[in-house]
Design a protein around this ligand. Structure first.
Ligand SMILES: [Fe+2]
Length: 246
C-alpha cells in the first residue's frame, strides 16, 4: 500500500485528518470507528504480532538466539502481562493500545511497564528488515536534513541518545507537537506517547537499548550494537509512518 493510500485509509477510518495524532488519548478515545483501522500501521493492539522475518534474518546486526529470546520470551511476556493488567483494570482491549498509553498515569505501574514494553517492541520489530535501504528518501530524508543538518548528523545524535541512556530504555525519533522531528530517549519501557514521558510526540522509530537486546553477541558493548543496528533499518516502514503522521 502506498503512503498516500495509507493516509487516505487512515483519514477515512478515523474521520480526523491531521488531528494531533501524537496526543493519542484525545484522538483515539474520540473515534469509535477507529477499531476498523486495526490493520493500520499506526494502530497497535494488545496481542503480539508475528515477527515479520525469521530469527536469523537480521544476523548482520543481531544474532538469531538473541532475536528468539527477545521476541519469544521478553516481548511475549510484556504482551501477556499487559493483557493481565488490562483485565484487572477494566481496559477495553478492542480499543487501540495508544489510548491507554496517552493516559498511562491513570493506571498501575504494571500497566505502564507492560503497555510500554508491548508497544515498543511491536514497533521495534517493524523498524527493522534484512533488506533495508542505507538511508531514507523522500519527505523524511528532506525533514532529517532540515532538522539535523545531514543524515550523518542525525545518525550521530540518535546513536548518542541510545548510548547515553543510563540503564535500560529506548532511543526515539518522534514528530513533536510542532510537527518537527526530534530525537530523545526514555527510561525502562516508557515511550513518547505516554503522558508521563519527558519527551512527547509520535514515535517513528525506536531503538531498544536494554541489555537483553544485544548482550549475547555484544556483551557490554552497546555502542557496537548500535553501530550495526543501522544496517537493518526498515526505512520504507519509517517513511510511511512519517507520511501518515504528518
Ligand atoms: Fe527489548
Amino acid at each position: 500500500m502506498t503512503s498516500l493510500n495509507t493516509r487516505r485509509n487512515f483519514i477515512i477510518n478515523t474521520g480526523k485528518a491531521g488531528a494531533g495524532l501524537w496526543v493519542g488519548s484525545t484522538l483515539f478515545s474520540s473515534c469509535s470507528v477507529l477499531n476498523k483501522a486495526s490493520s493500520n500501521k499506526l494502530i497497535t493492539g494488545f496481542q503480539q504480532q508475528p515477527l515479520p522475518y525469521s530469527y536469523t534474518a537480521l544476523n548482520e546486526a543481531i544474532d538469531g538466539t538473541t532475536m528468539e529470546i527477545h521476541y519469544s520470551k521478553h516481548a511475549a511476556g510484556y504482551a501477556i502481562n499487559l493483557q493481565d493488567a488490562a483485565k484487572n483494570e477494566g481496559v477495553d482491549m478492542n480499543k487501540p493500545l495508544e489510548d491507554v498509553l496517552g493516559r498511562i498515569s491513570k493506571y498501575s505501574i504494571k500497566m505502564r511497564n507492560n503497555a510500554g514494553g508491548h508497544y515498543n517492541h511491536e514497533l521495534f520489530w517493524k523498524t527493522m528488515t534484512p533488506n533495508g535501504a542505507e538511508k531514507p528518501s523522500g519527505k523524511l530524508s528532506t525533514a532529517i536534513d532540515e532538522n539535523f543538518g545531514s543524515f550523518d548528523a542525525f545518525k550521530t545524535q540518535y546513536s548518542d541518545a541510545g548510548k547515553n541512556r543510563f540503564g535500560s530504555g529506548w532511543a526515539w525519533l518522534i514528530i513533536n507537537k510542532d510537527k518537527k522531528l526530534q530525537i530523545g530517549s526514555t527510561p525502562n519501557q516508557d515511550n513518547p506517547l505516554m503522558d508521563v514521558a519527558e519527551i512527547k510526540g509520535f514515535p517513528l522509530m525506536g531503538l531498544d537499548v536494554w541489555e537483553h537486546a544485544y548482550y549475547l553477541r555484544y556483551q557490554n558493548k552497546r555502542a557496537d550494537y548500535i553501530t550495526n543496528w543501522w544496517k537493518v533499518i526498515n526505512w520504507n516502514f519509517i517513511q510511511d509512518r512519517y507520511q501518515v503522521a504528518l
